[in-house]
Write a protein that binds this ligand. Structure first.
Ligand code: ZN
Ligand code: MN
Length: 471
């Protein structure tokens, strides 16, 4: 049994046109520092924040997808603290009543499934960005503050301490990321980021918070380091105190930032500038009806409806666009062929060129053309792969590539002619074959492939050669 307990708090940057409480644009381009600001996001006295309603809908979607209870009356609070990343000296967040709470999701970890309880989902504003010059936070010469990020919308998703290993935490985050992508709230490998603070403790020690772990890849590394550090401290009889640490990506280690403050130290007070928001049962139902099918549901349905193996189904749902196009293609082609080609040949070429399906130049109509050539047996497997590579790398349609490169199968008469030619030129190989040398046949097939530049089907050519030699 593991003695590790991990809980995660994940901050999701939301894609909206404007910031959370003002009309400053919510962009991710590298703007000149401190130009994307106004009196609201800088917190000038007397300025009046107004809630961006889109964020309310987005948080409601997330809460419902995580099977949470939604609170009908939502309000905002000021989390008071003094730090240069917050010019108001408080962050507007939700404390007493979040948008959603008490949810639960099932997470696949290798061949097991674990239940993860969701404590709460709430909305808050992003603080400004601090730029530590000449080093990191512990040894920089000075720090600059860029308020462009100040007041951008964040969704915070907090779990109960239900993970028993760093790996479980990582699988949850991966699944969460995919779910947010399906909800249209997040794009992996975009400027939008997922940032996670992790609480981790072991028997005999107190809880340590590791701050600001970016993305899904680092979470396992950061937590593995911290779990080992705590284990060694406990074994040596040293006290693991409650504290906040930061994750150092380049060293894959954690460093102490400060002794942990408790929630009480923040002095939350109700924000009188923001009016109460109602999430009525009617509104909840409206949004629930429009929720898309989520990855886990799709995974199960694909297995059933298309009789796919676990691995194929999992690979197809890895991207919502890929899953969508799979279903479109399945209307025209045999679904098992489509599934294995999309997750095999296509994914291999995309990965090699650092594309996801979504951000690749490949169009659905192009895929249709290639699958058509394959199913009508107008191209060999080898040339189909070459065609696909060219399509991806040059981002041109299969038709254009075929005009440039001669990749389609030769007609039978032409192939027969080539075979005759090869046989005429290779008398000694024929003799070897007649003397029982099987390798000689392979050699002859190879010669035909060369003569026809891959446009002959190797299996068919082999049969034809055999027939001719045995005539
Ligand atoms: Zn503003
Ligand atoms: Mn937070």
């Amino acid at each position: 049994m593991s003695d590790i307990k991990i809980g995660l708090e994940t901050h999701v940057q939301l894609d909206t046109n404007t910031k959370l409480f003002c009309s400053c644009p919510n962009t991710f381009t590298e703007d000149e520092p401190n130009t994307n600001v106004c009196e609201v996001c800088l917190g000038h006295p007397g300025s009046k924040p107004q809630l961006n309603k889109k964020v309310l809908t987005q948080s409601l979607k997330t809460g419902l997808a995580l099977n949470c209870k939604i609170n009908e009356n939502v309000f905002f609070s000021r989390k008071t603290y003094f730090y240069p990343d917050m010019s108001k000296n408080y962050q507007i967040t939700q404390y007493e009543i979040p948008v959603a709470q008490n949810g639960e999701i099932t997470v696949k970890v290798e061949d097991r499934e674990i239940e993860v309880r969701i404590k709460r989902v709430h909305i808050e504003e992003d603080p400004a960005k601090l730029k530590h010059k000449g080093g990191d936070i512990s040894d920089s010469d000075y720090t600059l503050v860029d308020y462009n990020r100040s007041g951008k919308p964040l969704l915070e998703i907090v779990t109960k301490p239900d993970f028993k290993s760093p790996k479980e935490a990582r699988e949850y985050l991966k699944q969460l990321e995919k779910m947010l992508e399906y909800l249209g709230l997040y794009e992996s490998e975009s400027e939008y980021s997922l940032k996670t603070d992790a609480n981790i403790s072991r028997d005999g020690g107190e809880r340590v918070e590791v701050k600001n772990i970016t993305g899904t890849k680092d979470i396992e590394k950061a937590l593995s380091y911290e779990a080992t550090r705590q284990k060694q401290m406990i074994r040596r009889g040293r006290e693991v105190k409650q504290e906040t640490r930061s994750y150092n990506q380049s060293m894959s280690s954690t460093q102490k930032l400060r002794e942990k403050e408790s929630e009480r130290d923040y002095g939350y007070i109700f924000d009188p500038d923001l009016t109460r928001q109602e999430l009525t049962a009617k509104k909840q139902r409206e949004i629930e009806e429009k929720l898309p099918e989520l990855p886990q549901q799709k995974y199960e349905r694909f297995k059933q409806q298309y009789e796919l193996e676990d691995k194929l189904s999992e690979s197809l749902i890895s991207e919502s666009k890929l899953a969508e196009d799979f279903e479109r293609l399945s209307e025209e082609f045999e679904s098992k062929l489509v599934a294995s080609w999309l997750t095999g040949d296509l994914k291999k070429v995309l990965n090699y060129n650092d594309f996801t399906y979504e951000n690749s130049p490949v169009k659905l109509s192009w895929i249709k053309s290639i699958l058509e050539l394959k199913t009508k047996d107008e191209i060999t497997d080898r040339n189909a792969e070459e065609l696909l590579r060219a399509v991806v790398e040059e981002s041109k349609s299969p038709e254009t590539i075929l005009e440039e490169k001669d990749l389609l199968k030769e007609d039978d008469a032409e192939i027969e002619k080539q075979i005759e030619k090869v046989l005429e030129k290779n008398n000694s190989a024929i003799k070897d074959y007649e003397n029982g040398d099987k390798e000689a046949l392979n050699f002859l097939v190879g010669q035909v492939m060369q003569e026809t530049q891959g446009k002959a089907d190797p299996r068919e050519s082999r049969e034809l050669i055999k027939q001719k030699l045995e005539e």
